[in-house]
Write a protein that binds this ligand. Structure first.
Ligand SMILES: N[C@@H](CCC(=O)N[C@@H](CS)C(=O)NCC(=O)O)C(=O)O
Length: 208
């Protein structure tokens, strides 16, 4: 059984969403997200840089949410939510999956870290990171101008991954999204699997 070590609103959201979409069984293990716990030897043994999430599957223990998502698809997805490697869509599937974490999420994560570490935060840094995140939203808007999902008519895990990051963008930068991205976000968040993921996400809260 997959065990997903998670704290609310953190990146396991995208892995949980994939599991919910495909009805793959999993268990959530709530993690204390305090800096003190994440720096503890106990958590460092799970994630060497003290971040969340972590996922286990039997003897396997892994970090990096994008890799977890891909593992779940390859191991349990039976070909769903991703184009096969010999399909012409596969390269763009990889592109948009990596884009979500390596490009779009990055400035948003820096904004969160900056606000946590610096008081008062440097407004110039926040503004620059917001500008960078908005460039990613503009790229998504362009890609979605003539299609409901990033690869065309079929939803893939790349859509889930980017829709998760859009939640953070709405929280940290702006709730106003360009037209095509707004339609995409509405489409993605109307799914029953999204509603179940939101409930599972909230349930991972550890009361102080
Ligand atoms: N690329 C990693 C990023 C993990 C990450 O940054 N997690 C955040 C929560 S979503 C975290 O633990 N932040 C605390 C910190 O960086 O100090 C992944 O996708 O799993």
């Amino acid at each position: 059984m997959l065990k997903i070590y998670h704290a609310p609103a953190t990146r396991a959201f995208r892995v949980i969403w994939v599991c919910e979409e495909l009805a793959i069984p999993y268990e959530i293990v709530p993690v204390d997200f305090s800096p003190a716990y994440r720096a503890s030897p106990e958590w460092r043994a799970m994630n060497p840089v003290g971040k969340v999430p972590v996922m286990t599957d039997g003897a396997l223990k892994m970090f990096e949410s994008g890799a977890m998502m891909q593992y779940v698809l390859d191991r349990y997805g039976a070909g769903r939510l991703q184009p096969s490697p010999d399909s012409p869509d596969h390269a763009l599937y990889l592109q948009w999956c990596w884009f979500a974490e390596a490009t779009f999420s990055r400035p948003l994560g820096e904004m969160t870290n900056h606000r946590r570490e610096f008081s008062p935060p440097l407004e110039k840094v926040l503004a620059e990171m917001a500008r960078r995140a908005s460039l990613s939203v503009a790229a998504l808007d362009q890609a979605l101008a003539d299609r409901p999902y990033l690869l065309g008519d079929s939803m893939s895990a790349a859509d889930i991954s980017n829709a998760y990051v859009l939640r953070g963008y709405r929280r940290s930068v702006s709730e106003d999204l360009p037209t095509h991205v707004q339609a995409f976000f509405d489409r993605m968040t109307a799914r029953d699997s999204y509603a179940r993921t939101v409930v599972a996400d909230r349930g991972a809260k550890i009361e102080p």
